[in-house]
Write a protein that binds this ligand. Structure first.
Ligand code: BES
Ligand code: MN
Ligand code: ZN
Length: 504
């Protein structure tokens, strides 16, 4: 929507945002003014306050147009409703920013002054976090969804937006919010990139760029190396495609390594650059959109960029992107194949469309062997079952470690990316037992589909290691415009991972 968004100093904003509480005095809005405020502004706002849209209800916006005061007046003053004081949350400023930004894009205005400091002061909310959310809203809104338009479409000119706030803490928050949004937008751009471009090798190239920007260590395990390390999930799932699989490892090391914080947090992302279903081919249009089956990995990559450049936790972080294309050819792995993982567990393939868990299992085993993780958080578009259960409202969270779950839930309330706990149980693990191998990759009866995915993964986590599986199949993209998002990828996970790591 915008070419860029930046916090900047400027004198004469074209748009000013004032706020009003539903349960506050209308006149409180005028507190944003002082003696130097031109009379035309005060008069225009006073007049607008009597309009029904200026009621202060959450989401309502009234506009005032100062006239007759000469040059330098804002073209538009928006009086934005914040709802009831005790209900307001920092995250509401994300939605507010999106609404203001959409309006400015429509009216082609490019300078914005935001007065939210006084209102926040009345609530006890965190001004920096509110500013961050506002910045996120504008940054997410500015994602360029036109990048694959060619000569056949007239390119829309996108403007550079400048924003300032009435408090330095709010502005500082905005700067961070814009940076986080950039990382989310990287994930969204990669999600959008089609499978004929975004191959596993392409994802490794992107990881290289991120590694360079963030000073991260990069290892790409491919070809013979995959065999040497017994990463059989990648080898088998990726076999049929000309675009060869790889497991991408990124490592962040803090500047000074603290003695009690040497174990890394491990992040894992499913990076299926395309999922045809393999020989258990997807039917009835189920294949369309499967370029987004890499969104777990895209989110992890975006998060690593922000973690290395903005969050800078004092604990090491290791990330794995399990990259493969699930395709068909005479080389394809098949239902009935049995494969042996590096931890010795044998898996009977019953369905080649349950491929995500097969590549993720490699990363779980490998990380448990090599990294001695403090804990593991894994993101994947793993099952249609989670979409049936939770829709696009919540991400399905599987985590039986109370301390880790509390951390993930806390991060979720900050980022606004909602998670809902789904159960793990020994009975689900029993369901994964195979008559011929140790386990199978999908139980043919379609019970507890999302839970089967988590149960399968549990066979590859070292005893005692806390882990959390986030099934993002419902939340990684949206079918309609909402808040700061347009139809398409949401970059779900980048911000929750950043918030999780900012506590480390
Ligand atoms: N990538 C899909 C899951 C998916 C479905 C993601 C819809 C996004 C939207 C996954 O690999 C898959 O095919 N899952 C199957 C598993 C089944 C064959 C055991 C499913 O959920 O139907
Ligand atoms: Mn599949
Ligand atoms: Zn898949």
């Amino acid at each position: 929507m915008f070419e860029s968004v930046a916090v900047a100093e400027f004198d004469r904003p074209q748009v000013v945002v004032l706020t009003r509480f539903q349960d506050g005095e209308a006149e409180a809005v005028l507190k944003a003014f002082d003696k130097k405020t031109p009379g035309a502004i005060v008069e225009a706002v006073k007049a607008a306050l009597s309009r029904p849209e200026a009621s202060g209800e959450a989401g309502k916006m009234a506009e005032a147009y100062p006239v007759g005061g000469g040059d330098g007046l804002p073209a538009r003053i928006i009086i934005a409703g914040l709802g009831k004081k005790e209900k307001l949350k920092e995250g509401d400023f994300r939605t507010l920013a999106a609404a203001v930004g959409r309006r400015m894009a429509a009216t082609k205005e490019t300078t914005l002054a935001v007065h939210i400091g006084a209102a926040i002061g009345e609530t006890g909310l965190d001004a920096g976090l509110a500013g961050r959310c506002f910045g996120e809203g504008l940054g997410l809104l500015s994602w360029n969804n036109q990048q694959f338009k060619g000569k056949g479409t007239e390119q829309k000119k996108r403007a550079a937006l400048q924003v300032k706030a009435d408090r330095k803490t709010v502005e500082k928050g905005m700067v961070l919010g814009l940076k986080l949004a950039e990382a989310v937008n990287l994930a969204r751009t990669l999600s959008e990139t089609p499978p004929n471009v975004a191959t596993p090798a392409f994802m490794a190239e992107q990881a290289k760029k991120v590694a360079k920007l963030g000073g991260l260590e990069l290892t790409v395990i491919e070809g013979k190396q995959l065999e040497k390390e017994k990463l059989v999930g990648h080898i088998n799932v990726g076999k049929a495609s000309e675009n060869k699989p790889c497991m991408i490892r990124l490592a962040y090391t803090p500047q000074t390594l603290k003695k009690n914080k040497t174990k890394p947090v491990v992040l894992i992302g499913k990076t299926m650059t395309y999922d045809t279903g393999g020989l258990s081919l997807k039917v009835n249009n189920g294949m369309v959109g499967m370029k987004r089956d890499k969104d777990g990995g895209c989110a992890v990559l975006g998060a690593m960029l922000a973690i290395a450049t903005e969050i800078k936790p004092t604990r090491p972080v290791v990330a794995y992107l399990c990259a493969a294309e699930n395709s068909i050819s005479d080389e394809a792995y098949r239902p009935d194949d049995i494969i042996t993982y590096r931890n010795g567990v044998t898996v009977e393939i019953t369905n080649t469309d349950a491929e995500g868990r097969l590549v993720l299992a490699d990363a779980f085993c490998y990380a448990c062997d090599k990294d001695d993780p403090a804990y593991i958080v894994e993101l994947s578009t793993l099952t249609g079952g989670v979409v049936t259960a939770l829709g696009s409202t919540y991400c399905g969270m599987f985590c039986d470690d109370d301390a880790l779950r509390a951390k993930v839930e806390k991060a979720s309330t900050v980022s606004g990316e909602r998670v809902w706990r789904l159960p793990m149980h020994q009975e689900y693990r029993e369901m994964m037992k195979s008559p011929v191998a140790d386990i199978l990759n999908s139980n043919p009866n379609r019970k507890a589909h999302a839970g089967q995915g988590a149960a399968f993964l549990s066979y590859f986590v070292k005893e005692g290691t806390a882990w959390c599986h986030l099934d993002i199949a419902g939340v990684h993209a949206t079918e309609s415009e909402s808040g700061p998002f347009v139809k398409g990828p949401t970059g779900w996970g980048v911000r929750i991972l950043c918030d999780l790591l900012s506590g480390e």
